[in-house]
Design a protein around this ligand. Sequence first.
Ligand code: NAD
Length: 352
Amino acid sequence: MNQVKVQLKESYTILIGDDLLDHAGEHIRGLTSSPRIAIVTDDIVAELYLQRLENSLRKNGFDSICSYVFENGEHSKTLETAGKIYDFLAKHNITRSDLVIALGGGVVGDVTGFAASTFLRGLRYVQIPTTLLAQVDSSVGGKTAVDLSSGKNLVGTFWQPSLVLCDISLLSTLGSDIFADGAAEVIKYGAIRDKELFEMIASSDYAEHLEEIIHRCICIKRDIVQMDEFDTGERMLLNFGHTLAHAIENHSNYSIPHGKAVAVGMVMITKASTKAGITPVGATEALERACNRFGLPTTVDFDLNQLVEICLNDKKRDNMHINVILLNQIGDAHICKMQIDDFRNFICEGCK
Ligand code: NAD
């Protein structure tokens, strides 16, 4: 088992291992003396893992357990679901001495974290991430969110969990497509910070090193979040490939999932920065090979001008500039603040 300490105003621990779900009660027991605990999850994860979590909690003295299950999928990451979670917590008399557990992928983690951060002005919560993406990315760093009809993740909070339990054995039930979405983020971590990690995830025996791969990703995110908890500087590095990815998701009406869009975004931006003489030749091909291993796409047949305009309409961007993340080489990246006209040329000329 690996352990990562996140040192922020409130420090917390992330445990990574292959037998954590059935021992969750022991790890969570130390956080509260209350016998009451609330679990939030989705229907697919509930079917697979809820009973085991409840059993472990019961064995460790939690004799008042309530569970809220919502329909799986991004369409549930809404204020409406958050409202239903508030009602559920109120109905079960959850107070600030109790804990909430988010058991599931990034959708469960984001909406549960959001509800926990706002109910009674803030409840402590534990993340038990069950997808690769949630283990390496969304469960670490404390960003919570819900989507609005006008855009993804437009309402949210920074609210750090009290504990994260990454049980890698839970990934065995993931479909290959959903696993691939997480692999795109692993490739991203390797590309921006850790060449060895990049080589590990790109190699044919990556599955034998999954615990180390997840551990390395979490350490990278932890280091970056510790430097920039509220996403005003260094944390932007984590957006490598994401500006174009968000535009691709948006342009496809969200029929292209996030991980696949990130794969295309990383390859496109690296192609452009290689053409501009910033990234050495070969990096684009290395990214393509890594993405191909997981069946991730590396191109889309969209009009470049339209994609650029969507990037420039991003509600979270300032009016004059756009921050893009460029590779110095595989394993090393920097933030480049570009004028918007330069960005237009950079993409439209660079990705031709
Ligand atoms: P998800 O939560 O929708 O999970 C994908 C699917 O996998 C769902 O159908 C779910 O029921 C199923 N599933 C979950 N665990 C399973 C398991 N162990 N076995 C079988 N099926 C399982 O999607 P995701 O990819 O985990 O997360 C995507 C979300 O994460 C997006 O909303 C995104 O905005 C968010 N996100 C947040 C952050 C952050 O910092 N907060 C970072 C990245 C992404």
